[in-house]
Design a protein around this ligand. Structure first.
Ligand SMILES: Cc1cc2nc3c(=O)[nH]c(=O)nc-3n(C[C@H](O)[C@H](O)[C@H](O)COP(=O)(O)O)c2cc1C
Length: 172
């Protein structure tokens, strides 16, 4: 599949089938995160795979929307702020950028494998840190539910600003 076709195919999935994800497919998706670029190649991240009942319940308690409970698996993409690159000029911490690139790699690789995902950032940060025993420097950035999409539910049509509204040539 052409890259832009894959990108167009990825969509936020909020209805999942209960089917488990095959180990080879999970390994493929994780390799996509593993190969992601990062500032100074510091790779300031870790990915917590959650698929057992106790962990899934913890995820549900961190994000109260009922739809998330249909996913058979979650990946918590975490930033390690003690390992991330900070720009000298303004001390900007690039951990979020690095983790975000890896997350979209995960989402695209999952799409290629016939799996659905959704970026979820609007979760209870404190509850998540406590539930998964995350040390101070480890920030859960995104929870990614992952599973086979329940195709009985329509995908959201892609809504994007017109290209000419976001592209500027040579100057702002
Ligand atoms: C950084 C980020 C945070 C997001 N957080 C949530 C979230 O907490 N809950 C949710 O249902 N969707 C969340 N989304 C999904 C967006 O709503 C979705 O990507 C956007 O509406 C575009 O739709 P599409 O993914 O189907 O193309 C998030 C997406 C991004 C990139």
């Amino acid at each position: 599949m052409k890259l832009n076709d894959l990108i167009a195919q990825r969509s936020s999935v909020r209805h999942y089938l209960p089917n488990k994800i095959e180990a080879e497919k999970l390994a493929y998706v994780l390799e996509a995160a593993h190969l992601a670029p990062s500032a100074v190649n510091y790779q300031p991240w870790c990915f917590i795979i959650v698929q057992e009942e106790e962990g899934c319940k913890k995820i549900h308690s961190c994000y109260g929307r009922p739809w998330i409970q249909s996913a058979p698996m979650y990946i918590i993409a975490c930033a390690n702020h003690s390992e991330s690159w900070k720009r000298a000029e303004d001390n900007k911490d690039h951990a979020d950028i690095d983790v975000s690139i890896a997350v979209e790699h995960i989402c695209l690789a999952a799409t290629e494998q016939g799996l659905g995902t959704c970026w979820v950032c609007n979760f209870d940060l404190k509850a998540c840190k406590e539930a998964f025993n995350l040390p101070e420097e480890i920030e859960p950035v995104v929870i990614i539910p992952i599973g086979y999409p329940d195709l009985a539910h329509d995908m959201n049509p892609k809504k994007r600003k017109p290209l000419e509204a976001i592209i500027k040539y040579e100057r702002y």
